[in-house]
Design a binder for this molecule. Structure first.
Ligand code: CTP
Length: 458
C-alpha cells in the first residue's frame, strides 16, 4: 500500500492570481504530495493561447515559490498528461471545473476531480486591466492584407483601425467594405500623425526603407515584410534609428514565431543528431501562375524568398563565413538561386529559392548521428522527424497550427510592445542582419557581375 497520495494539476498560471492559489490549495488538500504542470510557451501558443505575458521560466519560478507545492514540471505536448500519470504514480488528477468533461479520458489511470473555479478573476482579465489596447495601422494594400487583418483578430490586445495606400480609390473601396478598418489614408504623413502606436508594412520591397524610416521618426513601432532594406547602409541606419528611438523594428518572417519552429530549435540543442554539418532548405513559388503582376516577380527570387531558408540556416548554423550564389536569370532578374554558405566547423548551408522553377519545399538538417526532416511546406512548420540509421530510434513531433501562421508573429509583436521590450528572442536584430545580408550580398554580387558583363561587351 502506498502511504502518500499524489495529486497532479496543470495550467498556464500567467500572472499568478487568487483564482490559481485557491485551486492549487484545493488540489493539495486532496492528498499529500502536489505536482503542478506548468504549460510551456510553445505548447501554449500551439493550442491557441497567444497572449500569455510571462515566460515559462517566470511562471515556473512563481509556482516553485509556493511552499505547499512539492514538485513543478513543464508540460510540453498534448499526450504528456497520460504519460505523467504513470511516470509519477499519480492518484488524483485535479483541475478547475471550467474543464469539466475534458479530461475524463484520464479516468483509466487516475481519479479525475473537477474543482470549483473562483468567480470573477482570470489571467485574461488581468491582462486586459493591466495593458492598454495597441492601435495599429497597415501600410500598403496588397493581396495578403486581408489575411493579416483576419489573423490579428486572434490577438486580443491589438486593434487595427487604419490603412495607408497610394491608390486613393482602392483604399476608399477597402475601408467601405471592411467591417474592421474604417479609416483610410493616401497621405503617409497624415496617417502617421494619428494615435496609432505601430505599423505593419507590406509594400514593394524598394519602398520599405523610406516607409520604415518615416514611421520610426514618427515614433511608431514597425513590423515589416522581409527584407527591410535593400542595401547595407540603409539597413544599418534603420536599425540604429529604431535603437535610438527605443522602438521595435521587426522583420515579418512568420516562420520565426511559429511554436513548432521554436520547439525544433530547442530539440536540436539536445544534440540527438550529433554535430550538425548541413542545413538544406527550399522555398519556391510560381507567382506568375498565381496571377501576381510581373512587377512583383521582377523583384527577384532572392529578394522575395531567401528570408525563409536564411532564417533556418542562420538559426541552426549561426554566422556564416562565406557565401556563393548560383543564379538563373530571366530578363533582368533572378528566377532561381542556389545560395551556398559556409559556417563554423565546415558546416554548410544550402538555400534554394525560385519563382521560375517548382521544387519540393522541404528542409533537412543533417548531423553526424542522424537528421531532422521537415516536410513541405517547412516554413509553415507543423511537424518534424528525427531520423537515425537505426530506424527504431526515430521519433516525430507534431504541433497544432492555426490559420495561416501570422497570428503567432502578430502576438509576439504585440507582446514586445506591452512588455516594453525592443528585441524578440525569436528573431533578434542580429538574426535580422544576418538574414538580410544574404539579400544585400546578392544585390552587390549582381551589380558587380552586370558591370563585368558591360565591360566585356565594350
Ligand atoms: N482557475 C480557477 N479559478 C480562476 C482561474 C483559474 O480555479 N478564476 C484554475 C483553472 O481552472 C485551472 C488553473 O487555475 O485549473 C490554471 O488556469 P489558467 O488557465 O492558467 O488560468 P486562467 O486565469 O483561467 O487563464 P486564462 O484567462 O489565460 O485562460
Amino acid at each position: 500500500m502506498k502511504n502518500k497520495k499524489t495529486v497532479i494539476t496543470y495550467g498556464t498560471y500567467d500572472m499568478l492570481h487568487e483564482g490559481h492559489m485557491n485551486l492549487l490549495k484545493r488540489a493539495k488538500a486532496l492528498g499529500d504530495y502536489l505536482i503542478v504542470g506548468v504549460t510551456d510557451e510553445n505548447y501554449d501558443r500551439s493550442r491557441g493561447k497567444l497572449n500569455v505575458i510571462q515566460s515559462t521560466k517566470k511562471r515556473v519560478k512563481a509556482i516553485e515559490k509556493l511552499d505547499f507545492v512539492d514538485k513543478v514540471i513543464v508540460e510540453k505536448h498534448k499526450k504528456q498528461k497520460a504519460q505523467d500519470m504513470v511516470k509519477y504514480d499519480v492518484d488524483i488528477f485535479a483541475i478547475g471545473d471550467d474543464w469539466i468533461g475534458t479530461f475524463d479520458y484520464l479516468k483509466k489511470y487516475v481519479e479525475v476531480k473537477y474543482l470549483p473555479r473562483t468567480e470573477g478573476i482570470s489571467s485574461t482579465q488581468l491582462r486586459r486591466e493591466n495593458f492598454d489596447l495597441i492601435k495599429m495601422g497597415i501600410v500598403g494594400l496588397g493581396r495578403d492584407t486581408q489575411f493579416f487583418i483576419d489573423e490579428a483578430q486572434f490577438v486580443s490586445n491589438i486593434k487595427i483601425n487604419r490603412i495607408y495606400g497610394d491608390d486613393f480609390l482602392a483604399i476608399k473601396k477597402f475601408t467601405k467594405e471592411s467591417s474592421i478598418i474604417k479609416f483610410g489614408h493616401d497621405n503617409y504623413d497624415e496617417f502617421l500623425d494619428t494615435p496609432i502606436q505601430a505599423v505593419y508594412i507590406d509594400t514593394s520591397l524598394k519602398r520599405h526603407y523610406i516607409l520604415i524610416k518615416k514611421a520610426l521618426q514618427a515614433g511608431k513601432h514597425v513590423l515589416c515584410e522581409n527584407p527591410i532594406a535593400l542595401n547595407k547602409k540603409e539597413l544599418k541606419e534603420l536599425l540604429s534609428l529604431a535603437k535610438s528611438k527605443k522602438l521595435i523594428l521587426l522583420t515579418a518572417l512568420k516562420t520565426a514565431f511559429l511554436p513548432a519552429f521554436n520547439q525544433l530549435l530547442k530539440e536540436l540543442k539536445k544534440g540527438d543528431i550529433g554535430e550538425i554539418k548541413e542545413v538544406r532548405a527550399t522555398r519556391t513559388s510560381l507567382y506568375r501562375e498565381k496571377n501576381y503582376p510581373d512587377s512583383f516577380m521582377e523583384q527577384g527570387a532572392t529578394n522575395i524568398l531567401s528570408g525563409y531558408p536564411s532564417l533556418l540556416i542562420h538559426k541552426v548554423l549561426g554566422k556564416r563565413k562565406s557565401i556563393k550564389f548560383f543564379d538563373q536569370i530571366e530578363k533582368n532578374y533572378d528566377i532561381s538561386n542556389l545560395i551556398i554558405t559556409t559556417h563554423k566547423d565546415d558546416a554548410i548551408g544550402i538555400a534554394r529559392v525560385a519563382t521560375g522553377i517548382k521544387s519540393e519545399g522541404d528542409a533537412v538538417i543533417s548531423g553526424t548521428k542522424g537528421y531532422v526532416y521537415i516536410p513541405a511546406p517547412w516554413w509553415l512548420t507543423r511537424e518534424f522527424y528525427f531520423r537515425f540509421e537505426d530506424t527504431h530510434k526515430s521519433y516525430k513531433f507534431n504541433y497544432e497550427f492555426e490559420g495561416c501562421g501570422l497570428r503567432y508573429m502578430i502576438a509576439e509583436f504585440a507582446s514586445l510592445i506591452q512588455r516594453d521590450k525592443r528585441k524578440s528572442k525569436m528573431l533578434t536584430p542580429s538574426d535580422m542582419v544576418s538574414i538580410s545580408r544574404v539579400v544585400l550580398d546578392y544585390n552587390e554580387f549582381k551589380e558587380k557581375s552586370s558591370k563585368k558583363t558591360k565591360k566585356k561587351e565594350r
